[in-house]
Ligand binder design. Structure first.
Ligand SMILES: Cc1cc2nc3c(=O)[nH]c(=O)nc-3n(C[C@H](O)[C@H](O)[C@H](O)COP(=O)(O)O)c2cc1C
Length: 202
């Protein structure tokens, strides 16, 4: 597929065919492409926890659903996704890397960081997974884990305390579903978001 077509076809998919597993080679390609993402100082402070058995996925959904919570329609659709990839960031990997002689922030202070590059880099890697899925003819969704559910997800999957679950990529073959209400907002165009030489000059 042409690159522009991959980019334009990428949509967040919230309904999956439960009977079509993700081929191993596609999954491995997604993960191999993820590590081609850029990372500050080449820190590469990302890890991916891949859930693909019924037991693993059931435990993920149990850990991220409050008992008695009203079922969110988008969540019930993605529970059929055969694969979930938890995308983790590792802040300490960046603080350590930037304390090395060629960077020199030996105090390891977070005040040097204008934005949390550790989370940003995990997001860049996640985007490569989303694009690889499109190129392979699959669908995917990046979604967040509710704040209060992070401890349970860490516990269920043995995630060390210094890692943050930046988000989760669901992966599988798409089936048609309702459109997200967010899409009513319409996509801002390249021209609308571009400022030439000075903010506001369009
Ligand atoms: C950081 C981030 C978090 C998101 N969280 C969710 C989510 O929790 N649930 C969901 O259905 N979609 C989630 N989305 C998907 C957005 O709603 C979606 O990207 C947006 O509506 C544009 O649609 P498109 O990606 O299909 O073009 C998230 C996207 C990003 C980048």
């Amino acid at each position: 597929m042409e690159f522009d077509e991959v980019v334009r076809r990428r949509r967040m998919v919230r309904r999956y065919d439960p009977d079509r597993p993700v081929p191993d080679e596609v999954l491995l390609r997604c993960l191999d492409n993820a590590v081609r993402a850029p990372s500050a100082g080449f820190s590469q402070g990302w890890d991916f926890v891949v859930l693909r058995t019924d037991d693993e996925r059931t435990r993920f959904w149990a850990a991220t659903t409050d008992p008695g919570e009203r079922a969110d329609p988008w969540r019930s659709g993605i529970q059929d996704a055969p694969v979930l990839i938890l995308c983790l960031s590792h802040k300490d990997a960046y603080l350590d890397r930037y304390a090395e002689p060629d960077k020199g922030w030996t105090d390891r202070s977070e005040n040097h960081w204008p934005v949390p590059y550790w989370d940003m880099d995990a997001g860049m890697a996640a985007l490569l997974i989303l694009l690889t899925a499109v190129d392979a003819g699959l669908g995917s969704l990046f979604f967040g884990v509710p704040m209060q559910c992070h401890p349970a997800v860490h516990e269920q999957f043995g995630i060390p305390g210094g890692r943050t679950v930046v988000g989760v990529v669901s992966l599988g073959y798409a089936v048609p579903g309702p459109k997200s209400p967010s899409l009513r907002r319409h996509r801002r165009t390249g021209a609308q978001v571009s400022h030439w030489g000075r903010f506001g000059r369009q």
